[in-house]
Design a protein around this ligand. Structure first.
Ligand code: NAI
Length: 547
């Protein structure tokens, strides 16, 4: 919110061109006089409700989702309060436009649709002056940075600097879903080049025209960035986003104990996956330790979920080795079994004794899973035969197709319900429309880390936690699962309705903050009422009042 002192300098078009201060046609008569706006605006004064009506009408009249995305980004640049009102009041309609799946398309077209920069770009050529770049950011109160190097954007692979759409979208959700003030959010793209030939040959590509830098130069840039960010924005939370597999695991390992850092693809997905499984078990009636989960894909998302499931089991008293036996993996080289060469470190705990196979159907027959979870970025691999094989083993198989965007889902909601005759418990990473089967409607849940990261971030910011711990993701998963109602389950939904995401994020934030206080990760004294303390810190999209 602008202060009275700052506002002395903001008059006339300057106010209208500042998205934080701008109210468009909602400026009152008195404000128009005070700020020198008379004549610069049409005479009719509109209520925010009327402005929302206009915006929604405009969005709905656009022919494609990408055009809707562009309209929304332009609104964000013009009138931030109205933008967040629209997103928050219409989250089910708008989230797919500013996040997956549309944001995937936006990243693929980023250089072509580029209009106005948002966030910071730090390139490999900026080594030695990252602090200077961060100092150029106008909002000194930054509390959350989402940073990507664009190497693994959703399931779309290397998008280089065009991956910037992802940090921008994620931070919009921090504000919309968890009330982090937009001025506390900073999207950053680290441009170390791209190996995407299409982009390298595209004159409109916005990033460096070079192949990806690896090794020491890369590590030094990341190190310089993290140190400079901590220096510039004291206590800042850094979310690593859509890095390539090897860098993601390595950076998390290197920084998690030294800085306030987490990796959303590994830890956020871990928590959302566990929450979905816990809810599904309320339908099937089983215990977590009785499950055999076969992951399709063994990358950040799948290993993240496996690690979180294991942590939940260990917390229940299940011995570590037994807990690991609940999670099996099938990746691009087949079933993860003993005897496989060059198994990377994150997968090692999940190498089990079984016959080797590169056929997923065969893997299902060998492992006899109660659940299959797709996180491969490879579409259409949960075929009718796969679903049938799961039904031969389970009366109600758990089938999650978590790959994003929609085009990369392992199967669609409709396929899953039709092929299983409504018996499967389904969730997907990107949203699907409800499916009507006979006289039953299935409104499957969106197993997306958007249910987790905003609440975790809010809990960390509100409590002033200096580290992000596994326990925080465990309580986030349990809290999310607890918000799922019997009605949700009846609809086949293992996540709460998206319309409740702000309430859910607040509850997650309170649970995460409680862990921060318990684990002594903050210098702030524990408030008597953590939830009230969190509510009081949350941003509301309400216009500033000028007097
Ligand atoms: P990653 O690159 O770390 O891992 C991909 C994995 O898929 C690798 O283990 C690879 O071996 C495996 N794979 C590739 N081709 C395969 C094939 N033909 N058969 C079996 N496995 C194959 O990527 P990450 O971060 O794990 O993401 C994977 C997918 O999950 C992406 O589509 C991403 O958008 C999605 N995801 C969804 C999230 C959600 O909240 N729903 C969160 C994070 C990721």
């Amino acid at each position: 919110m602008p202060t009275a002192n700052e506002d002395k300098f903001y008059r006339g078009v300057k106010v209208l061109h500042d998205p934080v201060r701008n109210k468009g046609t909602a400026f009152t008569d008195a404000e128009r006089d005070l700020l020198g706006l008379r004549g610069l605006l049409p005479p009719r004064i509109h209520t925010t409700a009327e402005q929302e009506l206009r915006v929604l009408g405009n969005i709905r009249s656009k022919a494609t989702d990408l055009e809707k995305y562009l309209y929304l980004i332009a609104l964000q640049d013009r009138n931030e309060t109205l933008y967040y009102r629209i997103v928050m009041n219409n989250i089910e309609e708008i989230m797919p436009l500013i996040y997956t799946p549309t944001v995937g398309k936006a990243c693929q077209e980023f250089g072509h649709i580029f209009r106005r920069p948002r966030g910071l770009f730090i390139s490999i050529n900026d080594r030695g002056r990252v602090a200077e770049i961060l100092n150029n950011w106008p909002h000194k109160e930054t509390r959350i940075i989402v940073v990507t190097d664009g190497e693994r954007i959703l399931g779309l692979g290397d998008q280089g600097a065009d991956g910037m759409g992802i940090p921008i979208g994620k931070l919009s959700l921090y504000t919309a879903c968890a009330g982090i003030n937009p001025t506390q959010c900073l999207p950053i793209t680290i441009d170390v080049g791209t190996n995407n030939e299409t982009l390298l040959n595209d004159p409109l590509y916005i990033g460096l025209e070079r192949r990806r830098v690896r090794g020491n130069e890369y590590n030094e840039l990341i190190e310089e960035f993290i140190r400079a960010a901590e220096q510039q924005f004291s206590g800042v939370l850094i979310q690593l986003e859509d890095f390539g597999n090897a860098n993601a695991f390595r950076l998390l390992k290197n920084y998690r104990d030294k800085s306030c850092v987490f990796d959303d693809d590994i830890q956020g997905t871990g928590a959302v996956g566990l929450a979905g499984i816990l809810s599904a078990l309320r339908i099937t009636g089983g215990e977590l330790e009785e499950q055999r989960i076969l992951f399709f894909g063994a990358g950040q998302a799948a290993i993240g979920i496996g690690n979180t499931v294991v942590a939940a089991l260990v917390a229940k008293g299940v011995p570590l080795e037994q807990a690991r036996q609940c999670c099996w993996y099938f990746d691009s080289k087949g079933l993860l079994t003993q005897g496989r060469d060059n198994v990377t470190q994150p997968k090692l705990p999940f190498v089990h004794q079984a016959n080797a196979t590169t056929d997923f159907l065969e893997a299902i027959r060998l492992v006899k899973p109660t659940a299959i979870i797709g996180a491969s970025g490879q579409p259409a691999n949960f075929s009718e035969s796969v679903i049938q094989a799961m039904l031969e083993i389970n009366s109600q198989p758990i089938i999650f197709a978590l790959s994003n965007p929609t085009s990369k889902a392992e199967c669609t909601a409709e396929q899953c319900y039709q092929w299983s005759n409504g018996k499967a418990i389904f969730a997907s990473g990107s949203p699907f429309k409800p499916v009507l089967l006979g006289n039953r409607t299935f409104a499957s849940g969106q197993g997306n880390n958007a249910y987790i990261f905003p609440g975790v971030g809010l809990g960390i910011v509100a409590s002033g936690a200096q580290r992000v711990t596994d326990e925080m993701f465990l309580v986030a998963a349990q809290t999310l699962a607890n918000t799922v109602t019997e009605k949700d389950l009846t609809l086949g939904r293992v996540y709460p309705a998206l319309s409740r995401i702000r309430e859910v994020s607040t509850l997650i934030a309170a649970a995460v903050a409680e862990v921060a206080y318990e684990q002594g990760l903050t210098n702030k004294p524990r408030p008597d009422d953590i939830l009230a303390d969190i509510h009081q810190q949350m941003y509301q999209p309400v216009y500033p009042h000028y007097a």
